[in-house]
Structure formats: structure tokens, C-alpha cells
Design a protein around this ligand. Structure first.
Ligand code: SF4
Length: 230
């Protein structure tokens, strides 16, 4: 009643998955209802702003539609959440499509340095740049998008110029990108190793967070029950 199935079927992310994932039944609630679960995660805490990638905007729009419908049908208890986009609103995976676990093209925070470097080596580039002597176009190259996300401005400017003039090859360019990723992930890896030695502390942090979140969620559920006269 709040979320008609056609709303979910017209979701571009769902349509994209249908086109890109073969051999799996996508007519399940797991795939179709995913944006509803996302809406619940946002609305339960009455989020005003949600940091998302650009591909998630349709999901957020669905959350806003669900919000409007609930507020109109029952009681205006939810704010309509707004998107918070970053300068690089879509991070490409190693195959050039959006980075997604469903596509098995991710560079993970849990990867080792060797894994990151190996993944970068296989990353797709400007498809028109076939030979080392071909001039490339960074604007269509996913590796360059990673540079723009994580490399220094000096490296970004260098690649932007030297790719177009074929002064730099893709292998060296990818190595520079891997260097930038490793530099950025280094402190995260260090923290992770430290936390792995302190499982009790991790449990406490999770428990404290769950208690805080649970308090807010329970209050919202009470308001929802009251609004729906349940
Ligand atoms: S040099 Fe870099 S930016 Fe240019 S096509 Fe190769 S990987 Fe992409």
C-alpha cells in the first residue's frame, strides 16, 4: 500500500542489475525490495541528509516518495531526506562499471596492498587506447576517475596531460593510481590491524552504537504505530 511494486520495478538500479547479472533470479524481495529496506534504514532515524553515490539517487527518490505517501496517508512524522553527493559521485570498479560487490569489481578496504596493486593492473582503461603510442582520453578512463578521487593534484595534472600526448603508458599510470590508493588506505589498514587485536573494544563500540540507535528507532516505531493506529 505504501510502496507499489511498479515503483520498485522502474528503479534504474534494479533495471541495470537485470541487464548485467545473468543466471540469478532477480524477482526476489532481496533485489526488488532493497530500496525499501534502504528507506527504512533512513526513515527509522529520520535522516535529513544521506551521503550517497549518484547511482543511489533513484533509491533516495523512492525514499522521498515513500515518505510523502506515509506522511500524507497517516501523519507527517518523517522529513524528506536530501542527498549529500561528493565531488566524485560515482566510483568506478575495475571493469569500468560502477563499483559494486554484485559485479565483483571492487577494491576493498580489507584488501592487502598486493591485492590492490593486482586489481589495478587488470583495470580497464580508455578502450580506444590500444597501443602504447596511441594518445588516450582520460575523460573516458575509469583509472583517471580513481586518480581524481585519490591522487595528488600534481599527479592528476600530469596524467591528464601525459595521457593525451601518449607520454605516459597505462601500466605506469595504473601504478601511480595504485600508489595513491595504497597511501590513502595505509592508515586504515593500520587501524584495522590494531582493532583486530582489541575485539572487546570493538564489541563495546558496536554495543554502545546499537543502544543509541535502538533508542531512536524504538521512538520512531512508537510514532509510526500511533500514526497508523496499530
Ligand atoms: S594513461 Fe591512464 S588515464 Fe590514460 S588511458 Fe591509460 S590508464 Fe587511462
Amino acid at each position: 500500500m505504501i510502496t507499489p511494486v511498479p515503483w520498485l520495478e522502474r528503479n534504474p538500479t534494479y533495471k541495470e542489475k537485470r541487464e548485467n547479472i545473468e543466471g540469478r533470479d532477480l524477482s526476489t524481495h532481496g533485489f526488488l525490495g532493497y530500496p525499501v529496506l534502504q528507506a527504512a534504514d533512513i526513515l527509522l532515524y529520520k535522516g535529513d541528509f544521506v551521503p550517497v553515490g549518484i547511482d543511489q539517487l533513484p533509491h533516495l527518490e523512492l525514499t522521498r516518495e515513500i515518505t510523502r505517501r506515509f506522511n500524507g496517508l497517516y501523519k507527517a512524522i518523517f522529513p524528506e531526506p536530501q542527498a549529500l553527493l561528493t565531488e566524485i559521485p560515482k566510483v568506478p570498479g575495475t571493469d569500468g562499471r560502477k563499483m559494486s560487490k554484485s559485479y565483483n569489481n571492487t577494491i576493498n578496504l580489507s584488501d592487502t596492498e598486493a591485492e590492490v596493486r593486482a586489481k589495478l593492473k587488470t583495470m580497464v582503461t580508455d578502450p580506444a587506447r590500444v597501443r602504447r603510442t596511441d594518445k588516450g582520453n582520460p575523460d573516458v578512463c575509469p583509472v583517471f576517475t580513481l586518480h581524481k578521487s585519490l591522487s595528488s593534484q600534481v599527479v592528476i595534472d600530469r596524467v591528464n596531460h601525459e595521457c593525451r600526448t601518449a607520454e605516459i603508458g597505462c601500466i605506469d599510470c595504473k601504478k601511480l593510481s595504485a600508489d595513491a590508493i595504497v597511501t590513502r588506505l595505509g592508515p586504515i589498514w593500520d587501524n584495522r590491524r590494531q582493532l583486530e587485536q582489541q575485539p572487546k573494544l570493538v564489541d563495546e563500540v558496536i554495543e554502545t552504537g546499537a543502544q543509541r540507535a535502538g533508542k531512536v528507532a524504538r521512538q520512531t516505531i512508537l510514532e509510526v504505530n500511533d500514526a497508523m493506529k496499530l
